[in-house]
Structures are given as C-alpha cells and as structure tokens.
Design a protein around this ligand. Structure first.
Ligand code: VGL
Ligand code: ZN
Length: 207
C-alpha cells in the first residue's frame, strides 16, 4: 500500500525524443505512458523529470569533431557516452509525450542544462557531485520511499534509483513502467548494480 506521506512516484524523462520517431527512441518507449498514467492515480505525489539540453551540449556526438553517436569519450569527470542530439530545451522533442498526464505533478525537475556536464540521474549530474536539488526537495517534504518509472531503465531511471539509495531514500523500480536503451549490455549491467545497491524491482500490479 502506498503511504501518501512518505511515498512518491518519480516519472523520468517520458519525452518525445525518447519515444518512437525521436532521435534517441527507446524501443516501445511510448508503452510506459498508459502504465504510468494509471500508477499516477495511486500516488498522492508525483515528480516529473525532463532531460533539458542546450544546443551543442557536450553529450552530443555532433559537438565533437568526427565522433559517432554511441561512442565514448573522456570528459573532465570521466567516460561519457555520446548521443544523437536530443531534448533541446524548449523544443517539441523535449516536451513530454502528449498522452502523459502531467498536470498532477508537484514538481518538474530539469537536468542536463549545463553545457559541459551530462546528467542521467535526477539527483546528481554525471560528475557525481553537482546536485539538481531534488534530494533537498524530497527530504524537506518528508518522503522516504521513491518509486521509479520512465525512460530509460539503464540510464536515467537506473542512475536516479542508485543515487536515491546514496541519498538515503528507499528506492523501488517499477519494471513494466520503464523501457531500456540496452547499449552493449547496459541493461544487464544496470540491473546488477540496482540489485547490489538494494533497489527492489517490482511491477505495477504490486502497487
Ligand atoms: C537519457 C541518454 C541521454 C535517458 C538521457 O533519459 O535515459 N539517456 N540522455
Ligand atoms: Zn540527454
């Protein structure tokens, strides 16, 4: 049972560019929408996240001479996968999927807006040090148990759940409310990390 005081649904990056037809489409990405809309009604609080990059962001392959999408480069903070251009702030591609229920969200947190740092996690950017402010927001409101949904399981959803544990929250991943990119074993690797960190995997029917 959901406790309205302590439990919150976190809906990660359900944006057009990650859905079929987008430049970084996640297979069956749009299928999370009805599952999440249904789950939304079972919680009394929800937070949405939005990948929100400036033109020429450093995580785009197009920003690095001769680099191919899905290759890896060394950034000041470590290895970074390079992506096709996606989720440019203010564009249709960065907007939420049109069928996603968004008006009941308490907060929309944007991430990845610093030109030189990517941010998969909703809590810390990829330097693992720059906070988005979400930890403070959730703590101040007294939330303890965070339920994760959205895109993509092996990147933004997974890293958010791992950081939730690091920040002292309980974290659960709702498997059928997420879809993965699965780049060179990234899904299996993330599932392993999630299990080791103590993130439980559940399905929407468990709620
Ligand atoms: C994401 C790659 C790049 C995600 C965002 O939302 O999982 N993946 N930017
Ligand atoms: Zn991104």
């Amino acid at each position: 049972m959901i406790n309205p005081q302590t439990d919150i649904l976190i809906i990660v990056d359900v944006q057009n560019d990650f859905c079929p037809g987008g430049p970084l489409a996640v297979t069956d990405g749009e299928r999370v929408v009805p599952v999440i809309n249904n789950l939304s009604g079972k919680f009394s609080s929800r937070v949405l996240t939005q990948d929100w990059h400036p033109v020429g962001h450093s995580s785009f392959a197009s920003s690095h001479d001769g680099a191919e999408p899905y290759s890896t480069i060394d950034m000041a903070y470590g290895a970074q996968t390079l992506w096709p251009d996606h989720c440019i702030a203010g564009t249709r591609g960065a907007a939420f999927h049109t069928d996603l229920v968004v008006n009941n969200a308490d907060l929309i947190i944007r991430k990845g807006f610093r030109p030189a740092i990517d941010s998969y996690s909703a809590f810390f950017e990829n330097d693992q040090n720059t906070p988005t402010g979400l930890t403070g927001y959730l703590r101040e409101r007294g939330f303890k148990r965070l339920y994760f949904s959205g895109l993509a399981t092996d990147y933004c959803v997974g890293f958010s759940a791992l950081d939730a544990i690091k920040s002292g929250f309980e974290a659960l991943l709702i498997d059928d409310a997420c879809r993965a990119i699965d780049l060179m074993g990234s899904l299996a690797n993330m599932k392993d990390q999630l299990a080791k960190a103590g993130v439980s995997t559940i399905t929407s029917g468990d709620i």
